[in-house]
Design a protein around this ligand. Structure first.
Ligand code: ADP
Ligand code: ASP
Ligand code: MG
Length: 427
């Protein structure tokens, strides 16, 4: 007899690529899902592509065309998740439990028409609910949906987290547990700083900032959706099940000693400068309006006096994946506004500190800059917000910068015995 019925609470779980990297790991994940189901939860598990298979598909596309993108690129990348949902479903069935895999369309995940980084617009849950109520465990492909034309779309790299949180919201799930290869959210990437400290609880707002500035540990949109929908979101380990992981919470714990909660490094930033722009109204609007109309998000912006009288230089950063398109747009804009030249620097890293505790504490920025200068790292650009400070540095100094800043703000951190979990040793 099924341990669940149509009244049973729903849990959404998500397993990242490293959790399903091979057959044994798939069996381990199947066991975790079945255990949840056996506890009486209607269980939906969102699965990422196995191991690095999305990277492999990206590499393949890169060998086939110069600047891959659009409909067919999405159709290609989406296959990774289709393999893993079917594989996990088969492993669960072999254990004697009813399981059904669904792709984005079958799961009712509708997105914008935009390819490669579409947002989820709506989830029609009837197919999932109907099968949950029949006692099935449901496995849903992460990272993808369908658009109004019925074409497959993808949500941007790391987007399976967002699939899971969006499903948890649409299904009014009790919780959303994001399982990965580390024990939770740390003060920085433990692959870069092995003595990084695990955070027990983090506010949605701090997690959102950390995710946005490049902490790969959660997809930014996932945290945003969790915050909007007040969804109980937990990041935890597939391999250390006894560890409760990191819980996102609404309130900021103001008693916490540290001004800085986390440090992140984004190695995929590009810097552009439109040099010698005429100093007149409408120039910035033309530059950033043109970029926006191509869906290119801009991060830091600095306008400074140009070398020639009556001109300004406007510099800004974007994600490197947009660099090719940005250059095309900027060359057109340059002619239109009569600027002198476009300069670009694609070898850039952005290092950021995030912490709600910074708000009333002066001197945090100075401490960050001091840590960088003590390590001989030059800062190319700075931007700040209430709970975040970001510095651009040379790409090859990004991780050294993180280590120096971590040492500054977490001087008592020491190396734990069980730092890393599996073979993805990096950097
Ligand atoms: P998954 O395949 O499970 O989605 P990801 O590789 O996307 O896993 O994310 C987990 C990785 O995020 C960890 O292995 C870790 O190296 C990295 N990471 C970066 N910043 C952090 C952080 N602050 N805390 C924990 N992990 C982090
Ligand atoms: N497989 C996709 C990626 O590697 C989505 C994800 O894992 O979240 O980006
Ligand atoms: Mg991920």
């Amino acid at each position: 007899m099924s341990p669940t019925n149509s009244e049973s609470p729903i849990i959404v779980q998500k397993f990242g690529g490293s959790s399903v990297a091979d057959a044994d790991k798939i069996k381990n994940v199947a066991r975790i899902i079945v255990d949840t189901y056996e506890k009486g939860f209607r269980t939906v598990a969102v699965i990422s592509a196995m191991g690095d298979s999305t990277d492999d598909l990206v590499e393949l596309a890169g060998k086939l065309c110069e600047n891959p993108g659009g409909r067919e690129y999405d159709a290609l990348l989406a296959t990774g998740e289709m393999v893993s949902v079917a594989a996990v479903a088969m492993a669960i069935q072999t254990m004697g439990y009813p399981a059904m895999s669904m792709n984005g369309g079958q799961a009712g995940i509708y997105t914008e028409d935009l390819h490669n980084r579409a947002r989820i617009l709506e989830i029609k849950t009837n197919n999932i609910i109907q099968h949950l109520n029949q006692g099935y465990i449901i496995l849903v492909t992460g990272f993808q949906g369908v658009n109004s034309k019925g074409d497959i779309t993808t949500l941007g790299r790391g987007g399976s987290d967002t699939s899971a949180v969006a499903l948890a919201g649409a299904l009014s799930a009790e919780r959303c547990d994001i399982y990965t290869d580390v024990r939770g959210v740390y003060s920085t990437d433990p692959r870069v700083v092995p003595e990084a400290i695990k955070i027990e609880q983090i506010s949605y707002i701090e997690m959102m900032e950390l995710a946005r500035v490049g902490a790969q540990v959660l997809h930014p949109r996932a945290v945003e959706l969790a915050r909007q929908g007040n969804i109980r979101l937990c990041k935890r380990s597939t391999f250390y099940l006894e560890d409760p992981g990191t819980m996102m919470i609404g309130e900021v714990n103001s008693d916490r000693g540290n001004a800085v909660t986390g440090i992140a490094c984004d190695n995929s930033q590009s810097r552009f400068a439109v040099v010698g722009c005429p100093d007149q109204p409408g120039v910035a609007a033309e530059i950033f309006g043109s970029l926006a109309s191509e869906n290119i998000s801009v991060d830091m912006i600095i306008q400074s006096l140009g070398k020639r009288e009556g001109t300004n230089d406007i510099a800004f950063t974007i994600n490197s994946t947009d660099a090719h398109d940005a250059l095309r747009v900027l060359n057109t804009v340059k002619e239109k506004i009569g600027a002198e030249s476009i300069k670009s620097d694609i070898e850039i890293a952005k290092v950021s500190i995030v912490g709600a505790g910074m708000i009333d504490r002066p001197g945090i920025a100075a401490e960050m800059f001091e840590a960088l200068s003590d390590s001989g790292i030059n800062i190319k650009m700075i931007s700040t917000s209430e709970i975040k400070i970001s510095c651009l540095v040379d790409k090859n100094q990004g991780h050294d910068a993180v280590r120096a800043i971590h040492q500054k703000f977490f001087p008592h951190a020491h190396s734990p015995e069980d730092v890393m979990v599996n073979e993805k040793v990096g950097y």
